[in-house]
Each structure stands twice: as structure tokens, then as C-alpha cells.
Ligand binder design. Sequence first.
Ligand code: FES
Length: 458
Amino acid sequence: MKTCPWNLEGLFSEAPFRWAAMNVPQMAPVLAKLDDMAGHGELNTVKKWWWDLELTEQGSYAPSPHMVNARALQKDLDLKYADQTLAVYPAPLAPHPYPYPALMDREAGIEAYQAMITAEAYQVKSASGARDHLHLYQNDQEAPVIQMIVDQVTQSVGAVMKYRLVAVDGADLPLWTAGAHLDIVVAPEFLRQYSMCGNPSDRSCYEIAVLLEPEGRGGSKLMQRIFEEGRRVFVSKPINHFALEASASLSLLFGGGIGVTPMIAFAHELDSAGRHFKLMYSASTQASAAFDSDFEGQPWAKKCSKHYSDQGSRLDITSVVPPYEAGIHIYVCGPNAYMTSILDQARFMGYPDIALHAEFFAVPDMPDWVNFPFEIELNDGQKVSVSVDQSASDALIAAGISVDVKCSDGLCGVCKCTLISGVVEHRDFVLSAAQRETTMILCQSRAFHKNAVLKLDI
Ligand code: FES
């Protein structure tokens, strides 16, 4: 089959042949063979598939400098209809029109293909006034994103930029709670998560801070380059997988570097609720501390301490984590080594996992997990096998079951699913110990035992 970027490059570009192929479909295979024999329609190396284009440093799209899956025409292929599995996506299966990921349901697409009717049958149905054969697009779901304006951009030290986002019409923004993050559509292929660092009671704006990661995957670099004041952007509604424990009598907030952002929101929320807390902000040098002056003037400033290694005030972890007492909760976010040392010290001081809350930005070092095959049992009794080199989410998606996946690293919590029965080896970095009793993260966690069955609420 010749499709873009071969189309109209050969014999079929000649009008009579094209007419013949379209009006006498039986002739099409013969004409295609003729086209091949004449050596027409070979790959046009100037044309590119859109997915072989990449966003450049300059912000334009250009052919990928990496190896792409290009191959010439395979003229000796003997394609048989019975061997084809084609998915089509008629209008009712089309994704929502927003620049935000939407899962395509391949199984539904294959069903749609198999249910296709002939042009004659279509005409007969239409003439009879029937409507069940029409493919009508409906977009009645709530938009997963909000359009916002970048209202203020502040260059801070330490390669951090701070952004203030407001609604396009200036209206109040959806409510949020401290610990929430936003999915920012930096560009269609750059969806990035950033913790909200403003005051949850202020509904006029959302605030985030972005650390430039020169060796990252390009999202922060692109964002710092193109998010200028006045730019219209798409942003998800606030999503919270790092909420405060409402019953805490004392909340200890530890923020290392850019990891202090959710702690600032926590401080606002705890202070306005009149609850007891302390915030400890750490950075290697004062000169690189992007939030050094952010606590000044806040009603809760006295509850904050700053710890800079180059100033000799480095956080003494052994003295700031008190022995565990029921009601104390610890929240930590920052570089992995910083988080690990605080969490280790807390465990040493007797803190149970339920009192420890951590938000990871990057996947910490992992143990050498051994994968076993296992099965997932769904609510309707259907079983889905998960092989050793598949994740549970991959296996479910391959079986045509819709699963939301965002980070694939066990960090964001989007693929959380209710566990009905079975023993899980939890490999995520987002669920609390209590949550792990009834839920699992499908992109990483697996059955603990070989060939075991996990019953999920799907
Ligand atoms: S997709 Fe993010 S935790 Fe699974």
C-alpha cells in the first residue's frame, strides 16, 4: 500500500489511472503492480512523516537528527485481507479536542472497522431516514485543561523562573489544596508537572516555579524560553497526590531547593487553619536559594528556617527530627539524597510510614526487582495476563482496557487503581502505606508472587 509520503508520486498521479483505480476498484491492485514495476512511487526522502519531525532548540520543527524507521517500498509483500488488523476511529471515537493526552481505544477502533458497512448499505440507510449508521462527534465531556495567561514571569537565582498564571477572563480559578500540582502543556509533546507554590485561598492566580534542567528531556528549557508574559497556555486543573494530613498536631515541612514549592503552599494552608507547623528550607548556597526572600512578609515567616551549606547553617537532620509521637507528620520534597536522609532519620526516630509524606521529582535508585508473570482479574471476571516484560498498565491497554498513564515511573499517581484482592509488590513513589492497602499503581507495581492473580476494580 502506498500512502504519504509516497502518494501521488507515481503512475497514479496520472489522472486517467487515478480515475480507473477509484471507479473500478478491481483494477487497483493491477495498477499498483504496474506502478511498482515502472519504478514509480519510491520513498521521497524530501517528504517526512510528521512523527519524524522534532522540535529544535530554536522552537521550529525539523527532520529528526536521530535514526527513524524509514524503509523503501516492499514490493514483494503479499498482503491478504484476512491477515490485516485495522483500527479505524470514526467520529464518535475521536479524542477530545484539547491539547492534553487522550487514550485511543484500539480495540474499539478494530470493532468499528469490522462494523463498517458498504457505501450502498450506507445510502440505503440514509434514504430510509435511519441515523444509527451516522458517525457523529460529540464533545460533551468536561475540558481537562483550562486556558490561562502567563501574567507574570520572574527570573530568580539558581536557574529558577517563577510564573504567575491567571484565567483568560480574569475569573476565579478552580479551588485547590496545598500539595497539588499542575500539568502544564509546554508544547504538545512536552507535558510537565509542577507543584503549585501559591496560597490556596487566593483564587485569582496559580503560581509555579521551574528549575532549568540543562540535561533534562527539554521541557524546562523550552518552558523558560517560550513562556513569556501575555502568552496563552493550557494547564490542567489542580491535581493533588500530596495532600496534608488533616489530623496532624504538628507538621514538619522539609523542602530542598526547588522542592520547597509545595511546602510554601502547605505553610499558607496550615497557617490559615491555625495549625502547628515548621518549615525548613535547604539549599547548597545562599546565592542559589531561589526562595531566600519568599518567606519575608508572610504571616508564617517566623515558623521558617533557612539552611545554606555555604553559610554553615546546613540542616542538622539528627536534631530537627524529634522522636515520633502520634500526630506528628513529616513532608519532604527535594533532591533524592536529601529526601532519603530525612526519611531514613525519621524511620530511625520511630516514625511509621503513615506519618511520612514524600514527593519525588525523579525516580530514586531502585532495588533489583525481579519480574514475575501474573494475571489481573477484572470486575466482569475477564483475566488479563501480564508478562515479565510488561507493566500491568501496558497489558491492560493492549487488552483494550482504558488506563490513564502519565509519568510511567510510579511518580504521579495517575494510574492508581483500587485493589480488591491479591498481594502486590508496590514499586511506586506516590502512595502512602495506608493507600497501598487498597490501591496499586499500574505502571510500576506487580503481583508479589509468580502467576498470582490480582483482582482489580476495573
Ligand atoms: S503513570 Fe504516573 S504513577 Fe503511573
